[in-house]
Design a protein around this ligand. Structure first.
Ligand code: C5P
Length: 221
């Protein structure tokens, strides 16, 4: 198998991490969820009660905090934060932190380092455009906002009966708008990315479609 990098970008709730994880498993590649890195930093900032507009302090934390993936767990400074980084507070604040250019530079450098010389599947917002501009395969995964909100709702309601789909929908719309309109590395499809609209598709169907594209690319190398 050739050394291979797969970049998966797309809006919130499009199923990127579910799909990316499965692709990585099937191909025995490393999987990196870059959204979890921005989330982990946001969690750390909120946990330390740093104001979201204290840019200098946030950059300082970004430089010094250790974000690590071990097996399926995410750690910030050796604390396991798997569930904490998916909280509503983190959802509401992560895009403010992710738009700080210095924060992006710090995390993008770390992402590039992890990806160098590895077969990797990486998902996020700027993977095809910025982090892995030479990726062998770039996918832009999307779905209607109604479907994305419904998927999130179904995920969350197993653990929390107090959720309503309308607030999930508006959180997704707000986060997408911020991610798409920011000045540095906005969410956008890379020129050579393949768009897959997952509305109405099963996870299995999306994974199979991507695996077909991987095989095609390997033949072309
Ligand atoms: O992918 P996920 O929804 O977990 O990402 C959380 C947030 O992190 C996004 O809404 C975005 O603001 C930020 N992010 C980013 N660049 C990435 C990955 C995530 O700006 N590569």
């Amino acid at each position: 198998m050739c050394a291979f990098q797969i970049a998966i970008d797309g809006p919130a709730g499009a199923g990127k991490s579910t799909i990316a994880k499965k692709i990585a498993e099937k191909l025995s590649f490393i999987y990196i969820d870059t959204g979890a890195m921005y989330r982990a930093l946001t969690y750390e900032v909120l946990d330390r009660k740093i104001a979201i507009d204290n840019i200098e302090e946030i950059i300082h934390i970004a430089k010094n905090c250790n974000i690590a993936f071990k097996n399926k767990d995410v750690f910030v400074n050796n604390n396991k934060v798997n569930d904490d980084i998916r909280s509503r507070r983190v959802n509401e604040n992560v895009s403010y932190i992710a738009k700080i250019p210095e924060v992006r530079n710090i995390l993008v450098d770390r992402q590039k380092k992890i990806a160098s010389n590895n077969n990797i599947v990486m998902d996020g917002r700027d993977i095809g455009t910025k982090v892995l501009p030479n990726a062998n395969l770039k996918i832009f995964l999307t779905a209607s906002v109604e479907e994305r909100a419904l998927r999130r709702y179904n995920e969350i309601k197993c653990n929390n009966s107090n959720v309503d789909i309308e607030s999930i929908r508006s959180e997704i719309v707000k986060r997408d708008a911020m991610d798409e309109s920011r000045e540095h590395s906005p969410l956008k499809k890379a020129i050579n990315a393949v768009t897959i609209d997952t509305t109405g598709l099963t996870i299995k169907e999306v994974v199979e479609n991507i695996l077909i594209l991987v095989r095609k690319q390997c033949i072309n190398i």
